[in-house]
Design a binder for this molecule. Structure first.
Ligand code: SF4
Ligand code: MG
Length: 330
């Protein structure tokens, strides 16, 4: 859970009730090595905040992070550094995440040194990292500056830098949405290949549910800071249970398109926002089910009662936080 306090000025700061943006509320997810888990939602749904919480970049308002069943004490410097090394983040904009005045060599050397992995033969370690991300021959790229590389190559360098830590998990926040459509698939395929060869757990954050179907083993859907549906990607995209997931799929330009189909969308444009209504304010989110003001099949109880996760019995592990699946009521 992550709530950001809202700062106010003047009298209201002293007298009014404390307010907070309830950006992430009671989100639970498990990453597994060798699997890609997609976290899908429109902008402002809290999905990037989840990644930052997992990376330890924000303090949590509540909840725990566990690694191999052990609670991680992210306030304890040494324990946090050990954890942070296992869990590496990849950001949306590879140009912003690389320092323009430094070469590929510098970025990768620094990552290896920070994580104590520079070894006796640094040159070989650097070449190995570049080969891992299919930048071959490595000599062609190693002394280049970020501006001398394409967007896709820059993202590959960012991935290589993350691999420099020898992580168990990658947290990839919209890793291809700023790249040209023609190269998105290549970068996703690279991540999938790395998942298999290095047995990585990958959290894939995206607003594009069609790409989740293509790329992720498991898909979780977020709406207004809460998780609303989860299950294997095929089930979620072919047989969505939650009314919000249906809206997300129906309002995508072409439900069967793969990654390339997002061609007509500007970066950051979110298909779901073409659906009815707008996402709610998270300062004062709707009571009950947060989706109820937009939900075409909302019932009376939805306005007051928060739906827990209910099993959807069409596939193992499929669940929806929606009163339609309340077994007791059926
Ligand atoms: Fe719609 Fe109610 Fe289900 Fe929420 S709980 S998605 S309002 S039917
Ligand atoms: Mg985001």
């Amino acid at each position: 859970t992550k709530h950001f306090p809202v700062r106010r000025r003047g009298r209201a700061a002293l007298t009014g009730p404390r307010r907070a943006v309830q950006a992430v509320d009671d989100v639970t997810l498990t990453l597994q090595r060798g699997r890609v888990t997609a976290l899908v939602g429109e902008s402002g749904s809290g999905k990037s905040t989840v990644a930052r919480l997992l990376a330890g970049l924000y303090p949590r308002t509540g909840g725990d992070i566990k690694l191999h069943g052990e609670t991680v004490n992210i306030k304890h410097g040494k324990a946090f550094r050990a954890y942070a090394r296992r869990v590496q983040m990849i950001f949306q904009d590879p140009f912003a995440s690389l320092n323009p005045v430094h070469t590929v060599r510098y970025h990768l050397t620094r990552a290896l040194k920070i994580h104590g992995r520079a070894g006796d033969d640094l040159e070989k370690s650097l070449h190995d990292l570049l080969s891992r991300v299919q930048m071959t021959p490595p000599e062609r790229y190693i002394d280049k500056f970020p501006h001398e590389l394409s967007g896709g190559q820059r993202q590959r360098v960012a991935i290589a830098r993350a691999l420099g830590a020898d992580p168990e998990a990658l947290l990839a926040d919209e890793p291809v949405s700023m790249l040209d459509v023609s190269i998105r698939l290549g970068v996703l395929n690279l991540l999938r290949d790395l998942k298999e060869r290095l047995h990585l757990a990958i959290l894939y954050i995206t607003h594009d549910i069609a790409s989740a179907r293509y790329f992720a083993d498991e898909t979780m859907v977020m709406y207004a800071g809460r998780m609303v549906e989860g299950g294997d990607s095929e089930t979620i995209t072919q047989n969505p249970a939650h009314p919000y997931t249906r809206l997300l799929i129906d309002s995508a330009p072409d439900p069967d398109r793969l990654v390339g189909g997002a061609a007509e969308l500007d970066p950051g444009e979110v298909p779901a926002e073409r659906g009815a209504g707008e996402p709610p304010s998270l300062i004062d989110p709707p009571s009950g089910c947060r989706f109820h003001p937009r939900c075409p099949v909302a019932m009376e109880r939805c306005k007051t009662d928060l739906p827990p996760r209910f099993e959807v019995d069409d596939a193992p592990g499929h669940w929806a936080a929606c009163w339609l699946y309340d077994g007791a009521a059926r």
